[in-house]
Structures are given as C-alpha cells and as structure tokens.
Design a binder for this molecule. Structure first.
Ligand code: GDP
Length: 444
C-alpha cells in the first residue's frame, strides 16, 4: 500500500534531515518536491495546492526554523496536514441509531468491489453483534445475485431471495418487510452498478433512496483508479448526497491519489477501507493512522487491534495455562504461529511497526515471510503428538519421516529444531528471572 508515495516522500525528508539548520529556501525546495510527489501520486491538483500552502504557512513560522530539530518539525507538520486532509477528527462510525431494520445502501460502479464489500460489511456488523440481511438489488446482472448468495453462504448471513428482472425498489421494500418479520436489524442493499454513470441508474438509486430512506448511503470507490474514482464519487455525491465512502483495493494502491483527495473533494468521510479480497479485509478508516503509514512511521494501534481480534481472550488464557503446565513446546509454538497468520501476511504486519518499513527489503531477503511460516507449520504438523511435546526424541529416522511427510528436507528440520531449542532455553531463562528480573535485564 502506498509504496511509491512513501518511498518518494521518504527521500525528500532524508535530504531535509541531513541539513541540520534549515533556511526558508531549504523548506521551499522540499515543498516543491513534495508537490511534485503528490501530483505524480495522482492527487487532485487543487488539493495539492491547498495542502502545500497550508504546510508552507506553518513550516515557515519562526518557531519551526529556530527549533533544535527543524526537519522533524516540518515532517510533523506534513503528518498533521495529511491527517487533516483525510479527515482527522471526523466521526467515521456508521450511524445505525434508527429503528430497526436500519437500511445501509451501497452504490458505485461495476467492478469497484461493491458486492464483495457488502459481504465484508455484513461480517463486520455480525462481529458487532448485529443481525444483518443482505439484499441483492442488482437485477440486471444475474451473476451479481449469485455472487451475493455465495458470499452469504460463506459467512452464514441470510441473503434475501430476489429474482432477476424484479423492480429493485420493490425488492428493497419487500426485503424490509421480511426483515421486520424475521428479526433482522440491518439491511445491506447491494445496488446495481454500471460501467459508467448514466441517468437511468441514478434515477433508480434515487427511487431506492426515497423509498427506503437509508441511514447510510456509502459510495464504494476503487482506490486503484485514482482521480477517476474521485470524479465518480463527486457525481454520485451531487446526485445522492452520500453519507460516506468506502475505499476498496487500497492493498494494491501504490500511489494513494484517491485516498488523499476523495475526502477533500467530496467533503464526505472515508468510513472503511478494503485491504484485500478476503472477507475480513475491511478496516475502519483512521486518518491519523493512515498519515503515519504513508510517512513510514508505522501503525501500532491497528497492529494491536488486529492482535486482539486474532487471539481471542479465551484462547490467550488457555495458552498461558498450557505454557505454565507443559512449558514451551513445538505444539504450542504451532498454535502461536496460527494466531500470527490470522493477523494477515507477515509483510503487512511488519509494515505497521515503526521503522520496520524501511527494513522490509532485508526481511524479504531473509525469506521470513509467509512461505517460511507455512514450512514450519507443515513440519510441526507431520510430527506425532509425542514428538511435538518433546523434540529431544527426534532421531535421524524420525527426522527423515517428518521431512517426507512435510515435503521438506532433513536440513530444514535440523534448522527449525535448533532455532526452537534456543528459543526454549530463552523462555526458561525468562521464566526463572520472573517479571522483576526481566525489567532489570531490559535496563541492562
Ligand atoms: P462489484 O462489481 O462492484 O460488485 O465488484 P466485486 O465485488 O465483484 O469485486 C470486483 C473484484 O475486486 C473482485 O475480484 C474482488 O475480489 C476484488 N476486490 C474487492 N475488494 C477488494 C479489495 O479491497 N482488495 C483487493 N485486492 N481486491 C478487492
């Protein structure tokens, strides 16, 4: 995500940091470069102009240039302004306060990820203990109805039965009645998409809006289409007065132009971002965290939230009990790996750690990411439970059997066991030291 943009901004700021004291001319030069970087990233022209003007005004303030760390101050101003641009401090939670069933309408062009996002949203609402009903109101593309039904089955969320060719407004009204009778508290309306905006489509969306009075009208925008996405968002907004934006495919967006312009151009908040094809890849949008990520400062808060979601509390307590009883074994090591995997790819996790982004290239060379994790899991899974509890019984012939079973080599297994026994020794030492000793160790 934002790789190009981050790399280029990083090199502008590296130059600035290398200079110690800064003159007005240094700052102006850096801002000229920032301006070019943003234009290359396909950020809206007027947005860039206002942004650079705002940063310049604050950066040339006397206190900044006279401070001991002027470059740091300038970077902080850029961070703040980026966050403001994307809507920092704006309430981006869904408004679901109406009498149930609360209708949420998703709209956007074909291919933007609308149907997938309906599924993601249903999953997210379910996690918040709501009971959503998915409503397929795209009657022109029968495949869209099937796609939503498949998603519903995968998620265990009910999909309202509609027929191709039925009037979409009628479908939505019937679905609302069905939800009232059957205890669904939220309606997720998957409306029709087209390749381009046309009047007929807008008319239909208008009619659904008038009849259902959705609490939220969310425009789904494909981040990878840059300024096109922003222009289309603006047209939808002018006609429908949307309540928010969901930016999809941010995982594949190296430039960031849509993410940085869409809020400023439409005046509407980005509420969620799609970070992958999987159904749990929908994140609540936080402008400040996104600004940090763009500047390679990591995103520790999101990392912690992901960890909490992946390792549910019961599991964590259970794990702790097992560790105390059995010690650190290959068996519980494998369970921990699985929790890590639930958080997403190794690469996406590392990017959220401050400073780690820059070291990503080295990490890639080490081959630490997902391939390595899979290998370790395969090896441990090919062991008997007894071997997992006590790796000391792993003689040559057992190692050969495991290599065969896991599609790896005896060398792979030797390396894993060696690393694991070092980790185990470390754990034992730490347990002996206790919390107080640990603190001393850290200080030393
Ligand atoms: P619709 O025509 O707007 O309903 O779009 P779909 O939901 O069918 O999605 C179009 C394609 O985009 C599918 O292949 C999805 O898997 C993919 N997609 C949707 N959201 C995301 C996302 O956040 N990241 C990535 N990488 N792909 C996505």
């Amino acid at each position: 995500m934002f790789d190009n943009l981050s790399d280029k901004l990083e090199s502008v700021f590296r130059k600035l940091r290398g200079q110690g004291r800064l003159t007005e001319e240094d700052v102006s030069e850096a801002l000229r470069e920032v301006r070019l970087v943003l234009l290359e990233a396909d950020v809206n022209f007027k947005v860039v102009k206002d942004f650079v003007a705002a940063v310049r005004e604050r950066a040339l303030g006397q206190e900044v240039l006279k401070s001991l760390t002027p470059a740091q101050q300038v970077i902080k101003i850029v961070r703040d302004e980026l966050a403001r641009l994307m809507g920092e401090g704006v309430d981006n939670r869904l408004d679901l306060t109406a009498r149930p069933p609360v209708p949420i309408m998703l709209c956007g062009l074909q291919g933007s990820g609308k149907t997938t996002t309906c599924g993601k949203l249903a999953l997210s609402l379910r996690r918040d203990k709501r009971n959503p009903l998915l409503v397929p109101a795209d009657v022109y593309r029968p495949a869209a109805i099937d796609q939503l039904k498949t998603l519903g089955r995968q998620l265990g969320v009910t999909v309202y039965e509609s027929m191709p060719g039925q009037d979409p407004v009628r479908i939505c009204e019937d679905a609302r009645r069905y939800a009232e009778l059957n205890g669904f508290d939220t309606l997720i309306l998957d409306t029709a998409g087209r390749l381009h905006i046309d009047d007929e489509l807008m008319g239909e969306l208008d009619r659904i809006k008038a009849s259902l009075k959705p609490r939220e009208i969310l425009f789904v925008a494909d981040a990878m289409t840059g300024q096109d996405a922003v222009n289309v968002a603006q047209s939808f907004n002018e006609r429908l007065d949307v309540t928010g934006i969901i930016l999809t495919k941010l995982d594949g967006d190296a430039r960031g132009g849509a993410a940085l312009s869409i809020r400023a151009v439409t005046g509407k908040p980005i509420k969620f971002v799609g970070m992958g094809e999987k159904l749990d890849a929908l994140d609540v949008f936080h402008a400040d965290r996104m600004a940090q990520r763009i500047l390679g400062m990591g995103d520790v808060l999101t990392l912690i939230e992901k960890a909490e979601a992946a390792i549910d509390k019961e599991n964590a307590a259970e794990m702790e009990k097992r560790l105390r009883k059995e010690g650190f074994t290959l068996e519980n090591f494998r369970d921990q790996l699985q929790s890590i995997k639930k958080m997403g790819s190794m690469e996406s996790i590392l990017k959220m750690i401050p400073g780690a982004g820059k070291q990503m290239k080295q990490v890639k060379d080490m081959q630490l990411p997902d391939k390595e994790l899979k290998k370790i899991e395969a090896i441990i899974s090919s062991m008997t439970p007894q071997e997992r509890r006590d790796h000391r019984i792993l003689n040559g012939s057992r190692r050969m059997r495991i290599a065969k079973g896991s599609g790896t080599t005896v060398h792979d297994i030797n390396v894993l066991i060696k690393r694991f026994s070092e980790a185990q020794k470390m754990m034992k030492k730490m347990q002996k030291l206790g919390p107080k000793g640990m603190k001393n160790l850290m200080r030393g």
